[in-house]
Unconditional design. Structure first.
Length: 593
């Protein structure tokens, strides 16, 4: 029996519908699988929109997400759009077809969007530019919460079938789950990254703590074994990773400047209190300066350069400054002990010269080296010295000269009026000059030095102390502050004027040869110079004329003029001696001006 035409058409329709549904389900299944394998949020969103457009054969598809902080919806991704401005759409929550989907939580559609009275007020120019007519929107939900809207749209009127609505809704459901999974995966990945970073920071922190502990242990070991301040600075530089300078309380370097930061400005150091501070310094970059304290006493500073320090490194540097304080305190005590011993030995050898061998043995036992002969003894007096018992030397002078004595394996003695040293030297005149120059520069004021030597024993050198002191006093009284000399260089003046001031010397000169000095106009040559040459040549006119490069008759005329000024008696006996001495003193005073 043949099948009626109507039944045959109905069967074909059902078969076609079945095949279509099968294709949609297969495509939906494939889409769900693809979405579940994607871990990047941006890739998930792009895949959702692309598959939506393909499954519904629409002109375009796009997805808007809800921004709950701003209470609006914004375009996130699209496929098939023609204008770039379309991606800039942002609508208030509840506005437009998407807003209706978001507020109702159910699919919404229109076959002619621009003519639909429900949305006429919310149509924006960019939608018109895309010429969209039919739009279908379905919600993306996580549980009961709508997180966005998935759209399929066409540029010509279209009536969406219930099966198409169901298909896009199913895709949206899978997409929401995939989107949540991708978001969770991304958050997990970010959490893993944060955790790895935190672990790395913890490991780095632990390494820094270990490094700080190792540094502290190393520094403590150096202090315990009596290491030098240079070794300590090298250990700090190695332990933290940079260059280090250790200074005293004034900022003067205690460690070598090679490969180390230059000393900071004293004004900067004056502002530092109890904790380290960062100080910019153009030539080396940032500095970190840690003060070195022993109780309330400022001993110095540890200056670090090379890189910016973090908190752990700063703590390590400040810990190093504390250990440095121990070393500096120990060094200061050691130097003070050596200085006291040097003074005690100086005094003992002066009062008991026969004990020199015992003194050498005592010095060796205490770690105080004494150089071999020859020796010279030198005395230093400050420029403002007045009388031996009334003007004690500044502690800085005593410290400086004692330091020189200890560095050169000598002895030093600090008294109320002067500082004396016994140093290895075969040239006392050169020693006096060198000490005067060095100490004057260090003190910033004239320091006068008298020296005697050389001697073969420490006892003989100490016995020459009074002569060196007398020499220094004479230099002060004749105005030669800040210079050095020996008794041999001052000659007989050491005997004549040891207790005479400059004013008395000048008064003596003017009393004896004042008329010659006052009348010395230079029209006929210097009378004083003529007189001095005449006496130096043993009162021999011919020899004196040769020395002056003048004719002997010219010399006679000048001597006659001196006779008129001083009287004829100046050529004989005591007056002749006084004239000669006055001329020598006048020359000495003139060279000291």
């Amino acid at each position: 029996m043949p099948i009626p035409e109507e039944a045959r058409d109905s069967t074909e329709d059902l078969l076609e519908e079945y095949q279509r549904r099968t294709r949609e389900l297969a495509a939906l299944f494939d889409t769900a699988g693809d979405l579940s394998s994607i871990r990047d949020v941006d890739e998930v969103l792009a895949a959702i929109v692309r598959r939506s457009r393909q499954l519904l054969a629409s002109d375009t598809a796009y997805l808007m997400l809800i921004d709950r902080e701003r209470s609006d919806t914004f375009m996130r991704v699209s496929d098939g759009t023609q204008t770039p401005e379309f991606m800039s759409i942002r609508l208030a929550y509840g506005e437009g077809l998407g807003g209706l989907v978001a507020t109702t939580g159910s699919p919404q559609w229109t076959s002619d969007y621009q003519s639909d009275p429900r949305f006429a007020e919310s149509i924006v120019p960019v939608v018109r530019a895309e010429a969209l007519e039919a739009i279908l929107g379905v919600p993306l939900k996580i549980g009961t919460m709508v997180i966005g809207v998935l759209f399929a749209a066409d540029r010509s009127p279209r009536v969406y079938q219930h099966s198409e609505v169901a298909l896009l809704s199913s895709l949206a459901s899978h997409a929401a789950i995939a989107l949540e999974n991708a978001s969770l995966f991304q958050e997990t990945q970010q959490a893993v990254v944060r955790l790895e970073k935190a672990n790395a920071q913890i490991e780095e922190h632990n390494r820094m703590l270990e490094r700080a502990a190792d540094l502290h242990e190393r520094l403590t070991e150096l202090v315990a074994t009596g290491a030098s301040i240079i070794e300590l600075a090298e250990a700090v530089a190695t332990g933290i990773g940079g260059s280090v300078l250790v200074t005293d309380a004034t900022g003067a370097p205690l460690t070598p400047l090679e490969n180390a930061p230059s000393p900071p400005d004293p004004a900067v150091l004056a502002e530092i209190s109890d904790r380290s501070v960062a100080v910019p310094q153009a030539e080396v970059g940032p500095l970190r300066i840690a003060p070195v304290h022993a109780g309330t006493t400022r001993l110095g500073f540890v200056v670090f350069a090379g890189r910016q320090l973090d908190d752990d490194d700063v703590r390590a540097l400040e810990s190093a400054a504390m250990v440095t304080a121990l070393l500096l305190t120990d060094l200061r005590a050691h130097e003070e002990a050596r200085s006291r011993l040097a003074g005690e030995l100086f005094a003992e050898i002066a009062s008991h010269p026969e004990t020199e061998q015992r003194i050498r043995a005592r010095a060796a036992a205490s770690g105080l080296a004494l150089a071999d002969p020859p020796y010279s003894v030198a005395v230093a007096i400050e420029a403002d010295y007045a009388e031996a018992s009334s003007q004690p030397p500044r502690s800085a002078l005593g410290k400086d000269l004692t330091g020189i004595a200890l560095d050169r394996a000598g002895l030093a003695q600090v008294t109320a009026s002067h500082v004396a040293v016994i140093l290895p030297s075969a040239d006392s005149a050169q020693l006096a000059d060198d000490l005067a120059t060095q100490l004057t520069e260090t003190a910033g004021k004239p320091i006068t030095i008298g020296a005697v030597g050389p001697f073969d024993t420490l006892a003989d050198a100490s016995a020459g102390l009074s002569r060196a002191l007398n020499c220094a006093k004479i230099l002060m009284r004749i105005g030669r502050q800040g210079t050095g000399a020996t008794p041999e260089q001052l000659g007989m003046y050491t005997l004549l004027f040891s207790d005479t001031g400059r004013g008395q010397i000048e008064e003596f000169v003017w009393e004896v040869i004042g008329p010659v000095l006052s009348d010395d106009t230079g029209r006929e040559g210097s009378l004083a110079r003529t007189l001095e040459a005449y006496l130096e040549c043993g009162a021999q006119p011919g020899q004196a004329a040769k020395e002056l490069f003048i004719h002997v008759n010219t010399l006679y005329k000048r001597l006659e003029r001196v006779d008129r000024l001083l009287g004829a008696g100046w050529r004989r006996g005591e007056q002749l001696l006084q004239v000669h001495l006055a001329l020598r003193l006048a020359t000495l005073l003139e060279t000291m001006e």
